[in-house]
Design a protein around this ligand. Structure first.
Ligand code: EPZ
Length: 415
């Protein structure tokens, strides 16, 4: 298993272009299945999760060809079965349920099950599909769906699930009649999916608000779409700049997608400057602590930035409290940070962090994607050498992570 070896203590200085958003591209790939015509997704990051999604599309009969950051998707679906192994590998395969059902009116998918950060049930997805007239049976770990009697309907989510919002948009875009979603998730990736589906001929409005309207159309056509920038990757690098000191500029990032983080970093003493699509951060002293940060659905503080924030809070000049409200077991990075000298107490969903001057290098292990990124940030700060094992977790979401950090002045190699 690959690992990073990091010699900490260097400041970060420089600029780089942020990658396209992983969590935007995955539902876009599912959307491309809604038509046999060729679709082109631009600014597509080169990541393990994206490759796995492409493998699933190919297993369903689609043609998927990558040319640099551009991916062409076309061809006809020859199977309605999402393969067990790939579905287990990639939870986002659940998005495909909506697309495959919309095209073939039937689908079979393995129950995706939990993952490193929580149980991650799909009840909101399935309840919504039943509201739309989809017949669903679950046995032997598989979900069997029949959408021949599907009809648009008003849907209310008990919780603003990102994936369920995207899945209903994918399914209802070509369903007979009108579908509405109230209490929809408001993430920018959902607005991106709406823009893309509307380019394909769909009639969807309201993405980015809690109320989405989908007027079913008979069919969709091919389209070309450029993926939005990855706000979580941008936020992770900004916190790398804060934890190391120095000046970095994230080019191509949308400040409007990161208000919650930028507000916290500014209050902690970082100098932040933004224009339309660049974010500049300067940190020239130890940051002030974060009194209380609670992860919330967008536009609240994103759960995907909770782990990097824990690493940053570990070296703040005082005590911080970070509360994880979205996932049940998303503190697996904390025991690893403690090995580096972090002073953190966890009780349920609350992490109380007493900042130390500097962390100490140690051998640690990444347990999940964002937790692994947090351990890299901790290593960049630490005195001495840090070895981060199992970095394949990190490479699921961060393209050229160590190369980009090196270009900013970090001393990090992958072995
Ligand atoms: C998306 O996951 C993202 N993944 C996650 O990013 C992100 O953390 C999450 O949204 C929240 O912002 C992708 O977009 C591919 P949810 P998703 O449905 O859709 C519960 C990363 O690091 N829930 O909004 O799975 C669920 O258990 C990943 O890039 C149900 O109870 O998130 C969780 O507690 C991690 N029933 C909460 O809702 C359901 O049917 C939020 O889940 C669905 C969800």
């Amino acid at each position: 298993m690959a690992k990073y070896i990091i010699n900490g203590g260097s400041a970060l200085n420089g600029q780089f272009f942020v990658q396209g958003a992983k969590n935007a591209v995955l539902p876009l790939f599912a959307g491309a299945l809604l038509t046999e015509e060729e679709d082109v997704i631009q600014n597509c990051p080169d990541l393990l999760d994206v490759d796995n999604m492409a493998r699933i599309l190919r297993s369903l009969g689609a043609d998927v060809e990558r040319h640099g950051n551009s991916v062409k998707i076309g061809g006809t679906l020859s199977s309605h079965e999402i393969p067990y192994g790939l579905a287990k590998e990639l939870r986002s395969s659940i998005f495909l349920l909506g697309s495959v059902l919309a095209r073939l009116k039937k689908a079979k998918v393995a129950y995706p099950g939990g993952c490193d950060i929580g149980l991650r049930p799909i009840n909101i997805h399935l309840d919504a599909f039943r509201e739309l007239g989809v017949k669903i049976e679950e046995y032997y770990g598989y979900i069997y769906c029949d959408a021949t009697a599907m009809q648009g309907a008003p849907i209310n989510f008990d919780y603003p699930s990102v994936g369920a919002t995207e899945n209903v948009m994918l399914l209802a875009a070509t369903a007979r009649g009108l579908t509405t979603i109230s209490n929809a998730a408001r993430e920018p990736e959902i607005e991106g999916l709406q823009d893309y589906l509307n380019l394909m001929g769909a009639k969807i409005t309201g993405a980015g608000t809690p109320f989405i309207t989908i007027e079913g159309v008979d069919s969709l056509h091919g389209a070309e779409y450029t993926t939005i920038p990855d706000r979580i990757v941008a936020g992770t690098y900004l916190m790398a700049g804060a934890i190391c000191g120095g000046e970095i500029e994230v080019l191509g990032a949308k400040p409007s997608h990161l208000h919650a983080l930028l507000s916290k970093l500014s209050k902690s003493g970082c100098k932040i400057k933004v224009n339309n699509d660049n974010i500049y951060l300067r940190s020239d002293k130890r940051i002030m602590p974060f009194d209380r940060v609670e992860t919330q659905p967008y536009p609240g503080f994103p759960t995907d930035l909770q782990a990097p924030l824990c690493a940053l809070a570990s070296v703040a000049n005082g005590n911080s409290m970070i509360i994880e409200n979205i996932f049940e077991t998303r503190f697996k990075h904390i025991p690893e940070l403690i090995k580096m000298g972090a002073q953190i107490i966890v009780s349920g969903s609350v992490a109380c962090i007493r900042g130390v001057e500097q962390l100490r290098g140690a051998e640690i292990t990444a347990m999940d994607l964002r937790g692994g990124a947090a351990l890299v940030l901790a290593g960049l700060n630490a005195k001495g050498t840090t070895i981060v094992n199992d970095v394949h977790h990190v490479e699921r979401g961060y393209q050229n992570f160590e190369a980009t950090l090196c270009s900013l002045g970090a001393d990090i190699v992958k072995v």
